[in-house]
Design a protein around this ligand. Sequence first.
Ligand SMILES: *Cc1c(COP(=O)(O)O)cnc(C)c1O
Length: 374
Amino acid sequence: MAHMGGAEQDFVREAFDTNWVVPLGPNVDGFEHDLSEWLSTHADREVHAVALSSGTAAIHLALVMLGVGRGDEVICQSFTFAASANPICYQGAIPIFVDSEPDTWNMDPVLLEQAICDRMEQTGRKPKAIVPVHLYGTPARMNEICGIAARYGIPVVEDAAEAMGSVYDGRYCGTFGQYGVFSFNGNKMITTSGGGALLCRTEEEARRVKFYATQAREPYPWYQHEQIGYNYRLSNVSAGIGRGQMRVLDQHIARRRSIHRLYVEQLAGLPGITVVEPKSSTPFLPNYWLTTIKVDNEEADFSAACLSRHLDEADIETRPLWKPLHLQPVFSSCPAYVSGVSEAQFNCGLCLPSGPMVTDEDVMRVVDEIRNVR
Ligand SMILES: *Cc1c(COP(=O)(O)O)cnc(C)c1O
């Protein structure tokens, strides 16, 4: 896991040396500044990043900012990690799940519009927000999704937790929605040992997010509270790690892409194995956070589960794909607009070793083992 660049320890030491071992401090401001600057190189608008304790907290505060409350409905991609939808429930709102389209594995724009229309018909009210996800770092069809969202006047909360550095139509993922979300958990593109960011469009919104993230304390000489707040700020020590990570971010992105390319080249022509990537390279430029494959049971003569067991015996760790949320017991009562795409991918997909510590030799060993399954 230790994919540190070197500068992290300097920033953390500085936090200790200057006694800023508390939430807030110069590293938090510096990290937010670095994030905003980096994002602005591929964005068509201002980006104001707010550093938070997790990606989940960032999604939660986006919903708070949008006034999502009890009984409201929020549309969420079904094919994702539970953290995309959990904050909807924290607010007492109801997740409405929408299935994926087969090319990007992300929210199907056609199903999205059907879901919006059907919810309006059934409840007489518009969904309060739409949460698309860029799964495994492949951008969702943001032009179509944002177009539909704009047509119905519904704000988009863009879950880019896995997509830091992914580009769609020349712009970074995270800069399309009303709010964008990054995660800096241990296994994401960069880590602060735990953390996240909410990407806002204006300074005013960012200020408001920081207010909610620090217990909604009003500007009085005493502790004055007029709203419910949260303890969601990133610590100054964690932000120090983040500042160091920003210096190696572009290298990490390039490395993940080159691991993916190597898998594509080396697994080409192997019967029944497909390395997943969008059919056309425009407008998609994924970061390939994780390289995923599909196993065609018939053609390969083995299943994804069987391949996973075989690799496990060779001491190679694979992961199943996210189980679609509409199939999760905890969300079984939530309305879902389903085509079967995510369930089919879930049954035949697998994540291969793709982290920044994975060497070309590691990739070749994985490929050899896949060749040797039978
Ligand atoms: C990791 C992840 C999150 C949550 O981020 P944390 O920082 O772990 O809270 C949300 N959505 C997706 C798609 C993720 O992969």
